[in-house]
Design a protein around this ligand. Structure first.
Ligand code: ATP
Ligand code: MG
Length: 558
């Protein structure tokens, strides 16, 4: 057993277990460090589940730290949404929220330490000049003409940078490392820039801001983060972070890189998601088509289904792409267990049961969730006039159409078998009403002596007790599997203009009293979640996912 457990450890767990065994740490501290420049998306969920999950598994804590070193794009709206989303996913961060901006004073002191050690200098070169002198990975860069300024001069200039004596962009502070290093990040990287921008927390206190690379590792160190887990693109930054830590002689957090989550048909850059919001392609960050946590929540995803998805895809060291149908599979699997069933007709057409007495109402029993052994049942009224899906009827059905047509019979779910005798067209030639006879000796749950053969069962809603519902059906936002991977085309070129369909249908009476945010399986139609746009006059439902299992099918093909 112990052996089997060992085998299933991912590589990060192996590292942590090794560190704990060696006695390097008694307990671990991880962190989730979002930049508050947008809402969290499903990729962040993977990082959240990983970081919080490790601290839960090995004992320890996880800090929520806002990496807010770039004042221009950050905002409190994002801070609030991030907190809400992490909590909703089911995680609790340690004691308080941390902010990289709380360390601006300390990071400024760190810069002074490096200047005093002769390891940092103020450079008057422009950004373009600095770029042009960087060299290439195979060609060494050139030393800046300001590289050999004295410690005194550097200290003086850096202080005056802080005091606002220089124009934005006129000077930077750089680390003095190695202009011929094969690792470009070590070629005298910029540590500080001058930027007169209002910060969402520090206001106008600062006109110089540390670069991400001179803030992130130090923030980890200040918080005594034992394992700083980040995505692969930071692997080449690690030597720089380690250099800063070594020269500053501060707590050495261990950085471990893993492959970020990529999903096909999905965009995950916050900048691009912001564009969809700003250009009105979607209705806000929480639009149910968005891959944001708030969008998935509104669409009807459960925290469990997202956590299960993250566990299922695992942790890899190499870039890969996960099929979006696996995400859909996860929510379908969870909702199948917890969602009560309801009957809702999305494209209604009226059926009149001509031999059923007028005014008679039968209250039929129907189970709420056949997948749940403790499930109760509810009553649904049956009477002479009902709605069925217009797609369940054809005037001239082909052989392989097993549902209703003239002269054909069908079972109405939990009710009776009916046979279609006739139908009526409206002035435009569309079917307006269907006329059927029912077979009283075919009632569900009782011995069927009707002798009528049917090939399928359809759902229905009683006309008199029907509740008007607006149904929002969603499709993928992008038509291309990898919308942002085309060299000469923009991801916006691949937008699916048909990603939202709104239908007006009818639901069974039992939907009326249900509280908001409830999740259902609408029989034969998929899983649905009530939207906040619902009013007493009209309930609004988002389709979370269809019933059809695209993922299993895909697996079967392999
Ligand atoms: P984006 O490109 O969406 O803006 P980001 O990496 O700039 O992403 P951050 O706010 O810096 O966004 O991310 C916070 C944390 O979430 C980081 O530790 C980052 O590594 C992690 N993260 C971001 N995107 C993904 C992803 N697709 N898969 C796994 N982890 C991710
Ligand atoms: Mg980032």
């Amino acid at each position: 057993m112990a052996k089997r457990e060992k085998k299933s450890l991912n590589f990060i767990e192996q590292i942590i277990e090794g560190d704990l065994k060696k006695g390097k740490y008694k307990e671990i501290t991880t962190r989730f460090p979002p930049e508050p420049n947008g809402y969290l998306h499903i990729g962040h969920a993977k990082s959240i589940v990983l970081n919080f999950g490790l601290a839960l598994k090995y004992g320890g804590k996880t800090n929520l730290r806002f990496d807010d070193t770039n004042p221009v794009v950050e905002d409190v709206e994002y801070v609030d949404s991030i907190k809400e989303d992490v909590k909703w996913l089911g995680f609790q961060w340690a004691d308080k929220e941390y902010y990289a901006s709380d360390y601006f004073d300390k990071i400024y002191e760190f810069a002074i330490v490096l200047i005093k050690k002769g390891l940092a200098f103020v450079d008057d070169s422009t950004i373009d000049e600095i770029k042009s002198m960087r060299g290439t990975p195979t060609k060494p860069g050139q030393h800046s003409p300001f590289r050999d300024r004295s410690v005194e001069e550097n200290l003086d200039l850096f202080e005056r940078m802080k005091n606002g004596e220089f124009e934005d962009g006129s000077k930077v502070l750089r680390a003095k490392i190695d202009m011929s290093s094969p690792n470009m990040h070590l070629r005298d990287p910029i540590m500080y820039r001058i930027k007169r921008a209002h910060h969402h927390r520090t206001g106008d206190k600062w006109c110089i801001y540390p670069m991400y690379d001179f803030a992130h590792g130090q923030s980890d160190s200040i918080e005594n983060i034992t394992h700083s887990i980040c995505t692969l693109e930071f692997e080449t930054h690690r030597p720089l972070y380690d250099w800063f830590i070594e020269k500053l002689e501060i707590f050495p957090s261990r950085q471990i890189e893993f492959a970020r989550l990529n999903l096909n048909y999905t965009i995950m850059s916050k900048r691009k998601l912001l564009k969809l919001v700003q250009e009105g392609i979607v209705n806000g960050w929480d639009d149910p088509r968005m891959p944001t946590i708030s969008g998935l929540r509104r669409r009807g995803y459960t925290p469990e289904s997202i956590r299960n998805f993250c566990d299922r895809i695992g942790i890899a060291k190499r870039e890969n792409v996960v099929d979006v149908s696996l995400l859909e599979y996860s929510v379908r699997e969870h909702l199948n267990k917890i969602a009560e069933r309801r009957m809702v007709v999305m494209r209604p057409i009226k059926m009149v049961i001509t031999n059923y007495p007028e005014g008679k109402i039968e209250q039929l029993d129907i189970i709420n969730n056949p997948e749940d052994e403790n499930s109760l049942s509810r009553k649904i009224p049956f009477s002479r006039e009902i709605y069925i899906e217009s797609t369940d009827f054809m005037i001239d059905p082909p052989k392989d159409f097993f549902r209703l047509g003239p002269g054909r019979s069908i079972r109405l779910k939990n009710a009776y078998k009916v046979t279609c005798d006739d139908y009526k067209l409206d002035s435009e030639g569309n079917v307006e009403e269907i006329y059927c006879t029912y077979h009283s000796n075919s009632k569900s749950g009782q011995p069927d002596t009707s002798g009528i053969k049917v090939r399928s069962t359809i759902h229905w809603v009683n006309v008199e007790a029907a509740v008007p519902v607006e149904i929002r059906l969603y499709d993928r936002l992008f038509k291309d599997e990898f919308p942002d991977s085309h060299k000469d085309k923009d991801f916006m070129d691949f937008l699916n203009e048909d990603s939202l369909h709104i239908l007006n249908g009818y639901g069974e009476v039992n939907l009326k009293n249900d509280k908001k945010e409830d999740k259902y399986q609408f029989l034969r139609m998929g899983y649905f979640s009530m939207d906040d746009d619902s009013s007493p006059e009209k309930l609004v439902f988002n389709r979370t996912v269809t019933l059809k299992d695209g993922w299993k099918k895909l697996q079967g093909k392999k």
